[in-house]
Design a protein around this ligand. Structure first.
Ligand code: S3P
Length: 454
């Protein structure tokens, strides 16, 4: 995929697909960071070789962590690797660290680097340089960190982090954000005493699970999560399951199509991430979950979807953090359903890779949907979509959501500017090509994973 590349999508007839999606992005970021901090060597399988996660891996390498690649997805990067941890003793990076497009990368790394005896600098692309960093520099500053936000936009990246020693705090998060919670907990690992993050609603708990898997004790009382500082994670083997946010594109492609069937294998089923399945089920699709018991870390399993003529729904306030990244593709599902879908309490969408309320609705309107925009969400009156030329606006989830829209629209759809998909979903365009070509069966969708001898 190159800059300026587009998806060209035609409506498809049948959909009977069996596939796997690449590793979970949120979990891969955390695996790179916590394995890098650990004592001893960790072996990570299922790692997501997307630009976002490779930038985080690069950041850890810049701080002295050594990695050995065992397997690669051809043309993308490692899926299986050994990470030699630094037992909490990172070294100073020799140059500013590029976080690319990733809010998770930058915010979590800021937490991890805030309490070091060396300085560092984090920068990102134009989208990331416009996203709010005050939500982490605020609490980290309360802990004693000294971070300058150097961006043209106030409170935005690049971030210059000065050497500091931190004190623990109890921090009440003003927004339900796993990134902010994680930044505070990672910083808490580098100070004496107990740091607590109190979230206003449940958010994805991958940081807590990753810490526990690596032997770091976390305590939880309701929505208050505490970590005792100075614990040293222990290196281990860890498997990253498939990303349910990536699977969501195919889940919607199948769910909106009566008679369609989809099986996604070995996908993450962490309950703080599966609201997309609950909502699609509520809208009328059949969802069969086949969890595989997992001893440590993250739950995963196979999911089977049978499509139907869906009905509109109202998203509940507490569902929003659980499916925040799936809202663009859920909006596509809503536009193809009967009746009205209402999404409120989702103002956070305005500060993602793009303003996803604006970009989702812009594209839905271009495809003929009947929509209303709210400050904190949208209302979509379902019906049909017609093919159109739409843009990604540089946002991976917008690019993929509208490729899926094109599979069910009348006529041809072109999604412009799709290189951004590399930030989260290597292999998406190959899978899309296979679906559009109506080549079905597991073999057609096997991701090109090529072992590398090192
Ligand atoms: C993420 C948390 C979410 C999500 C993002 C990944 C994470 O952001 O939108 O794609 O890995 O912690 P917020 O926590 O800021 O809502």
């Amino acid at each position: 995929m190159s800059e300026g590349e587009a998806f060209q999508v035609r409506p498809i007839g049948t959909f009977d697909v069996d596939l796997e999606v690449p590793g979970d992005k949120s979990i891969s970021h955390r695996a790179a960071m916590i394995a890098g901090l650990a004592r001893g060597t960790s072996s990570i399988t299922g790692f997501l070789p997307s630009e976002d996660c490779l930038n985080t891996l690069g950041a850890m390498q810049a701080c002295g962590v050594k990695c050995r690649v065992l397997e690669e997805m051809e043309g993308f990067g490692p899926t299986s690797l050994e990470i030699e941890g630094r037992a909490m003793a990172l070294s100073a990076p020799s140059a500013p660290i590029d976080c690319g497009n990733s809010g998770t990368g930058m915010r979590l790394l800021a937490g991890l680097l805030a309490g070091q005896a060396f300085g560092s600098e984090l920068f990102g692309d134009a989208s990331l340089s416009g996203r709010p960093m005050g939500r982490i520099t605020g609490p980290l500053g309360e802990m004693g960190a000294r971070i300058d936000a150097l961006g043209d936009k106030e409170g935005c990246a690049p971030l210059r982090i000065h050497p500091s020693s931190l004190q623990p705090i109890r921090y009440e998060l003003p927004v339900a954000s796993a990134q902010v919670k994680s930044a505070v907990l990672l910083a808490g690992l580098f100070c004496d005493g107990v740091t607590t993050a109190v979230q206003p609603a449940t958010t994805r708990d991958h940081t807590e699970r990753m810490f526990e898997a690596f032997g770091v004790r976390i305590t939880e009382e309701g929505n208050a999560i505490s970590i005792e500082g100075r614990q040293v994670p222990e290196g281990r083997e860890f498997h990253v399951p498939g990303d349910i946010s990536s699977a969501a594109f195919w889940v919607v492609a199948a769910a909106v199509r009566p008679g369609a069937r989809l099986v996604v294998r070995r996908v993450g089923l962490n309950p703080t991430r599966t609201a997309i399945l609950d909502v699609i089920e509520r809208m009328g699709a059949t969802v069969i979950r086949r969890p595989v018991a997992s001893a440590v870390g993250e739950a995963y399993g196979d999911v089977e979807i049978h499509g139907a003529r869906l009905k509109g729904t109202e998203l509940r306030r507490e569902e929003i953090p659980n499916l925040i990244d799936e809202i663009p593709v859920l909006a596509v599902a809503a536009a193809l359903s009967e009746g009205t879908t209402t999404i409120r309490n989702a103002r956070e969408l305005r500060v993602k890779e793009t303003d996803r309320i604006a970009t989702t609705l812009e594209n839905l309107r271009a495809m003929g949907a009947d929509v209303t925009e709210f400050e904190d969400g949208m209302e979509i009156r379902g019906g049909a979509l017609r093919g159109a030329e739409v843009r990604s606006y540089g946002d991976h989830r917008i690019a993929m959501a509208f490729a899926i829209a094109g599979l069910s629209a009348e006529g041809e759809t072109r999604v412009l500017d799709t290189a951004c998909v590399r930030t989260s979903y290597p292999g998406f365009s190959q899978q899309l090509d296979a679906v559009v070509a109506e080549r079905r069966g597991a073999e057609s969708f096997a991701l090109p994973i090529v072992p590398v001898v090192s």
